[in-house]
Write a protein that binds this ligand. Structure first.
Ligand code: EPZ
Length: 423
């Protein structure tokens, strides 16, 4: 088991950092490569992450050729042959995001079987909206032996109102609707940049998706789709993670090619605290002096609200800013576990249901800590940068799902950080 070891206390991150393609974009994009019956699909700017390897295995398990050229960050997919109906349990069970292959397989084959994703540490992660939307399009859904089985001779366009703007459900239903008979309207749809990226690829494949990025998506069904070429959008959460890292270490960092539009809520909160965030030709520069920053209140919301995937990292910033900050997590029901670990480093905080009160500005001490999920891992490593002494972060399999060369990039910016194998 690897550990990341940080000698913290006087880190000031300086320099520039490059950002990878977005994990939360490339996973649904890979699911979309199931749809074309002619031509190959080439995805560029693909990040080298364990979740990408897992999704590649899921798609390969459908009798689809998937080639990942890591040197080029490029995946080429040929789905022109007959594809299987059942996604491989061994890989689907590793990553709940695999559920977004359900819609594409069903739309293409008329039948699909995908294992029911479990919950995870941050919440129960239901998929009721995915299933209700497919039923609205005429699919019959039933569960058998832990699998979801969906059947529809031909999906029919439907008008579906989503109780919650679920990212995964919006992606699954948008992809299914591309091959349905007639027009589908998804109301109260998710508006994240990753939804827009998926709609862009689908339209390059010959689909007719409009309204991506707004709360109403309209998809006019077509007979079939063809392969396309597409650059994966930059990872706004990795970019945001480095913005927070610069802010909490009184640093001066240029996040190269970062997209201002994709991080407006985060940038506005950083500015409210007194962090200097400005757009430059080459990207977004973040400068700060922690001693001058003010505490804030943040509430996570579906896009364009403050992203829940930046919540843990932002609490690490709140921990070093003198005064009482408040974080309200409205999207997931159990996403404050990193605060329990930070307590071991001297952070005082109270958690009451969806609200964490953070008493920032305490002297933090390095400690041995465990990460419980992907973003918690990043938050604990960032906290280690500012805590006095040595911090060891374990359970790095979570980190490797969503960050490429995270500690190398931090070391490049001046952090005293290394990764060691335990054995
Ligand atoms: C995606 O998960 C992301 N994962 C998550 O990122 C992200 O936190 C989340 O969107 C919200 O932005 C990927 O894109 C691979 P949701 P997803 O469906 O699609 C409820 C990370 O750290 N819900 O929008 O699963 C659900 O309980 C990960 O990169 C239903 O009630 O998110 C949750 O409270 C973590 N019924 C809320 O919606 C449903 O059918 C958000 O879930 C579906 C969801």
């Amino acid at each position: 088991m690897d550990k990341i070891i940080i000698e913290g206390g006087n880190t000031r991150l300086q320099g520039e950092v490059t950002i990878e393609g977005a994990k939360n974009a490339v996973l649904p994009l890979l699911a979309a490569t199931i749809l074309p019956v002619e031509g190959k699909t080439v995805l560029k700017n693909v990040p080298i992450l364990s979740d990408v390897f897992t999704m590649n295995h899921v798609v390969r398990g459908l009798n689809i050729a998937v080639d990942f050229d890591e040197a080029l960050n490029q995946v080429t997919v040929d789905a022109t042959g007959a594809i299987l109906d059942t996604a491989p349990y061994e890989y689907v069970s590793q990553m709940r995001a695999s559920i977004v292959v359900l819609g594409p397989i069903l739309a293409r084959n008329g039948h699909a079987k995908v294992s029911m994703p479990g919950g995870c540490t941050i919440g129960s992660r239901p998929i009721d909206l995915h299933l209700k939307g497919l039923e609205a399009m005429g699919a019959s859904i039933h569960q058998e032996g832990g699998d979801i089985s969906a059947t529809a001779e031909k999906l029919k366009g439907a008008h579906f109102y989503m109780d919650f703007p679920s990212v995964g459900a919006t992606q699954n239903l948008m992809m299914a609707a591309t091959l349905a008979e007639g027009t589908t309207v998804l109301e109260n749809a998710a508006r994240e940049p990753e939804i827009v990226d998926l709609a862009n690829l689908l339209n390059k494949m010959g689909a007719r998706v409009s309204g991506a990025g707004t709360e109403t998506l309209t998809i006019r069904g077509v007979a079939e789709l063809h392969g396309a070429e597409h650059n994966v959008v930059q990872d706004r959460i990795e970019a945001g993670t480095f913005m927070v890292a610069a802010a909490m270490t009184s640093g001066n960092v240029l996040i190269k090619d970062a997209v201002w539009e994709h991080n407006r809520p985060l940038i506005s909160k950083l500015r409210e605290m007194g962090v200097d965030v400005r757009e430059e030709e080459a990207g977004i520069r973040v400068k700060s002096d922690v001693s001058k920053l003010k505490p804030v209140t943040v509430k996570t919301l579906p896009h364009p609200g403050f992203p829940t995937d930046m919540q843990a990292q932002f609490t690490a910033l709140m921990a070093v800013v003198k005064g009482e900050s408040t974080m309200i997590e409205t999207v997931f029901e159990n996403r404050f576990q990193h605060l329990e670990e930070m307590r071991r480093m001297g952070l005082h905080s109270e958690i009451l249901r969806d609200t964490a009160m953070i008493h920032g500005g305490q002297r933090l001490q390095g400690a041995q800590v465990m990460s419980t999920d992907l973003r918690a891992s990043a938050a604990l490593i960032l906290t280690g940068l500012v805590a006095q002494g040595q911090t060891k972060v374990g359970q790095l399999s979570h980190l490797d799902r969503g960050y490429y060369q995270f500690h190398e990039k931090l070391a490049q910016l001046g952090a005293d950080i290394r990764r060691e194998s335990e054995d």
